[in-house]
Design a binder for this molecule. Structure first.
Ligand code: A3P
Length: 890
């Protein structure tokens, strides 16, 4: 029986084992089959532990509720008695906090003026606070409260009166040098404890200051910074802006020193306090710490908005667009798999909860489709299958940088290939948007790229991080060129090669720091429109982009009242340029002064073509004579005549500037291959001198250029202009005498007033010179006496040659002869032929014969220019320059 039972047991044990084996085998097969079918996760993808961490928004529980949340009134009327400008009082331009204040103001583009003044400096002065009965500042920010408190009584009274009269507010940061306990703030019913560590911080709704930062949401735990000041007062003028407790360790330390602080951790203190003005009629906000704690950056903006009565206020809308720069370009091993694509879609769905209408915006270069491993090619297929879930835009087909194409035709050809690829795969391309590989061609502008975009795709919008320069990011701006709106782009710390968190520069803490209140968070906070650049590789591998964006957007949603939105690029660009209408006109910079720009600039273009010096005018002072004579020099090349602008280029003063740098460069001859390094290139456009725009534009492109201007008697210049207009059959000049023109009243008809302006305005030399000297050093400018140029050009040309340090020094006495018939010096036709005295004078339009100026006009002009000439004389003497002969006698 026992053996039978034993047999039976052995039999069933064998059977069970067999059965189990069979079951395992079948399960393995089924599992293998199932795994092979399962599409949604990349089997090889193991998310690093750090990335599984999900941001959790702290609840509002545990915070003492004292009023409605975020009650800062959206409709508050602006303060029309002051300009929307912030005055920043710094102790030194180099302090961390001072720089951070300026950084924030620049980032949000609030107008500001920085005034450096230091404690113990008797010459501490405020800048002029009013202008034409209007206040110049809406808010005054003191980097240190101590700086404000120690203002001498005269300045303090002046400032206090200003603040009362113009309802301007004050922000000050308390940074006492020593540890203080219950110390009174000088002149105020306010006390402080200082040098503390804090915990459990929240912004209160009592004060109505909070607008962007969410109130009643506690930052639990230790707050960054170890030198906090807290404010204590019983006076009704003070209302807490935020609350926190003193951290236990700090309180324990304090308690060991004195028993009076034993209760500190249980008391709720005020690290930021509002003085409502009930005490002395001035609204102030005192911060108990700087910006080490990210939340204070948001709060600072809210304080500016509150104290400026809404003058310094951005909307709560924050538009973001996330470009995935190129979804097919990447080497095998780091490309997207099917699982990555699914993860993108899932994340995108979730992000729509935070960002109204969110979609990833995918750029494509068709040539690289299906260029990965089998698994990665499935990723490409998954993108195409799910194409309707994304927005799409075109790159170049082969991801070639625009400046490397040999011709416009070649760029067009490449784009047509990409277009055909999109058609083949039925990709719903947003044709109004395109991005260039490596930003090449967008800025610095490669005109052919813009032309090709318009012809092939009808592109209306693009974006770049290069205008005006990559760094600093807060200075990036937009512009419009060739009808295409160029939006600034932001970076999110993820580049093509940052794809694994363990290789992230600075480690995962750096990325988290940027997300949770740091750089990335602030980019979205400060910029009302952010176009982010990411790369395909950021969505595969560790999927850093998904983690980054989901975390930062949740964080923003949690801590701020900002309304996150997205829109297709065209709508976004229209919105951007509505916000910043001043940005439409670009300012061109020299690509050779920026390594990155030079790398994406065509080799066919050369900075050597750009002028070394410019004759800036003014008109009718002998600019053509000087231009002609200088062009005779073997080491000097002039700009080429153009069908559009004739002898002059006229780039910097007017609308030709908008045609771009390529257009400007086309006006200069190719640099001679064998030319010495001393070869100089120049142009002259006589209208630059009195143009409002030219000095700034020239300084931006050619900061080291040399400038030559000719100053002749302005009365003579005015009369010459009048005669010039008459000989060009200008009806007004023909209808009115010179006296009538210069004597025309402000009620005269428009053409007469215009002619008067053109006759008289350029001759106000001092005021125009000042404008040039605002952006150029005087050492870059040479002034030619117009009379000397006319009567003794050799002298004038010698001093010009010296100024230009041109080699060789040409003896113009051998090249120019006075032509009695013309009445002017003219170039000798064959200067090498000693017997030749024949000259080739300037054309009939230069050195015209006309009757001398009448006495009445001469007298009128003498009095008209009297003040201006005096100012010029004084200016030249101040600058150590020679006063022209005509000015000495005028
Ligand atoms: P007028 O024609 O009224 O005499 P611009 O070239 O800047 O338009 O200036 C023209 C003026 O240059 C002429 O004005 C003339 O007086 C002056 N000029 C000076 N040197 C000259 C030269 N060598 N030949 C011709 N005109 C000269």
């Amino acid at each position: 029986m026992t053996s039978w039972r034993h047999q039976l047991r052995r039999l069933s044990l064998t059977r069970v084992l067999l059965l189990a084996l069979c079951f395992s085998a079948i399960s393995l097969v089924v599992l293998a089959y199932w795994v092979s079918l399962k599409p949604s996760t990349s089997p090889s993808y193991v998310p690093p532990t750090r990335l599984i961490h999900e941001f959790v928004c702290p609840s509002d529980d545990g915070v003492h509720h004292v009023g409605p949340t975020n009650s800062h009134d959206e409709e508050t009327l602006g303060n029309d008695r002051t300009e929307p400008r912030v005055l920043v009082m710094l102790e030194s331009p180099y302090t961390r906090l001072g720089q951070a204040i300026v950084f924030i103001l620049e980032s949000v583009r609030y107008k500001h003026r920085v005034q450096v003044t230091s404690l113990g400096n008797d010459r501490r002065v405020l800048p002029p606070l009013t202008h034409a009965e209007k206040g110049r500042f809406a808010v005054i920010v003191f980097e240190r409260l101590e700086l404000y408190l120690s203002l001498d009584s005269w300045n303090r009274q002046l400032l206090d009166k200003y603040c009362k009269d113009f309802s301007a507010g004050i922000i000050a940061f308390a940074q006492p040098d020593e540890k203080l306990l219950n110390a009174q703030v000088k002149d105020f019913p306010l006390f402080i404890h200082s040098k503390l560590s804090l915990q459990d911080y929240y912004v209160s709704s009592e004060s109505s200051v909070a607008r962007v930062i969410r109130t009643q949401k506690a930052y639990v735990g230790n707050v960054p910074g170890s030198s906090w000041t807290v404010f204590i007062s019983n006076h009704s003028t003070y209302v807490p802006v935020s609350h926190a407790r003193i951290s236990y360790t700090a309180a324990q330390d304090a308690a060991s020193a004195t028993d009076s602080t034993a209760e500190m951790p249980n008391i709720i203190y005020t690290p930021v306090i509002l003085d409502t003005g009930a005490f002395d009629g001035i609204q102030r906000i005192f911060f108990g710490s700087g910006f080490e704690f990210w939340l204070h950056r948001v709060l600072f903006l809210d304080c500016l908005s509150f104290l400026s009565h809404g003058q310094h206020r951005q909307t709560l809308d924050r538009y973001i667009l996330v470009d995935v720069d190129d979804v097919f370009v990447g080497r095998t091993g780091v490309r997207l798999t099917e699982g990555d694509v699914m993860a993108m879609i899932e994340t995108q769905d979730r992000l729509q909860n935070y960002v109204d209408g969110f979609r990833f915006n995918l750029g494509f270069s068709g040539k690289y489709f299906h260029r990965g491993s089998l698994k990665e090619n499935k990723g490409d297929d998954a993108l195409i299958e799910n194409r309707d879930k994304f927005w799409w835009f075109g790159h170049s087909y082969a991801h070639t940088k625009a400046h490397q194409f040999t011709s416009l035709h070649a760029i067009i050809d490449d784009m047509l290939h990409n277009q055909a690829f999109a058609q083949l795969h039925d990709i719903p391309v947003n044709t109004s948007y395109a991005v260039a590989p490596h930003h090449a061609g967008v800025y610095p502008v490669h005109s052919d790229l813009y032309k090709a975009w318009q012809q092939v795709w009808d592109v209306k919008v693009t974006s770049t991080e290069e205008y005006p320069h990559l760094k600093p990011a807060r200075h990036r701006r937009g512009f419009v060129h060739h009808g295409i709106m160029v939006m600034p782009r932001q970076t999110c710390l993820l580049f093509t090669h940052t794809i694994f968190i363990n290789k992230f520069p600075g480690g995962s803490q750096r990325l988290d720091h940027a997300i949770y209140g740091g750089e990335l968070f602030q980019t979205i906070l400060f910029n009302q429109v952010s176009v982010f650049m990411t790369h395909m590789t950021n969505y595969g591998n560790d999927r850093l982009a998904l983690y980054t964006f989901e975390s930062v957007l949740k964080f923003i949603n949690c801590w701020t009242t900002l309304q996150l939105k997205t829109r297709p690029p065209l709508q976004l660009a229209n919105y951007y340029f509505q916000l910043y209408p001043d940005e439409t006109e670009p300012i061109w910079h020299n690509p050779c002064n920026d390594r990155r720009h030079l790398d994406i600039w065509s080799e066919k273009k050369s900075c050597d073509k750009l002028p070394n010096f410019i004759v800036i005018g003014p008109q009718k002072t002998g600019t053509t004579a000087l231009y002609t004579f200088l062009a005779m020099h073997p080491s000097i090349s002039s700009s080429r005549a153009s069908a559009m602008t004739f002898e002059e280029v006229q780039f910097f003063g007017g609308d030709n500037y908008l045609l771009g740098l390529d257009w400007y460069l086309d006006h200069f001859p190719p640099v001679p291959q064998d030319s010495s390094s001393h070869h100089l290139v120049f142009e002259k456009s006589a209208g630059y001198f009195d143009s409002e725009l030219a000095p700034g534009r020239i300084a931006a492109l050619l900061p080291r250029v040399k400038l030559i201007c000719i100053l002749d008697d302005p009365a003579r210049r005015a009369y010459s202009w009048y005669q010039h207009m008459r000989s060009h059959d200008d009806l007004t000049a023909l209808s009115y005498s010179f006296f009538d023109v210069i004597n025309a009243s402000s009620h005269a008809e428009k053409p007469l007033k215009n002619l008067r302006r053109h006759c008289l305005n350029p001759g106000l030399y001092a005021q125009h010179l000042e404008r040039w000297l605002n952006v150029f050093d005087i050492s870059q400018m040479h002034i030619v006496d117009g009379e000397t140029l006319r009567t003794d050009p050799v002298i004038a040309l010698n001093s010009v040659q010296k100024f230009l340090a041109v080699d060789p020094l040409l003896d113009y006495a051998q090249l120019l002869r006075f032509n009695p018939r013309k009445g002017f010096y003219c170039p000798i036709r064959h200067p090498n032929n000693n017997n030749s005295s024949s000259t080739k004078c300037l054309g009939s339009g230069k050195g015209r014969s006309y009757p001398p100026i009448d006495d009445k006009s001469e007298a009128l002009l003498k009095s008209f220019y009297h003040k201006s000439n005096l100012a010029l004389s004084q200016l030249l003497q101040k600058l150590g320059r020679e006063v022209p002969t005509w000015l000495q006698t005028s």
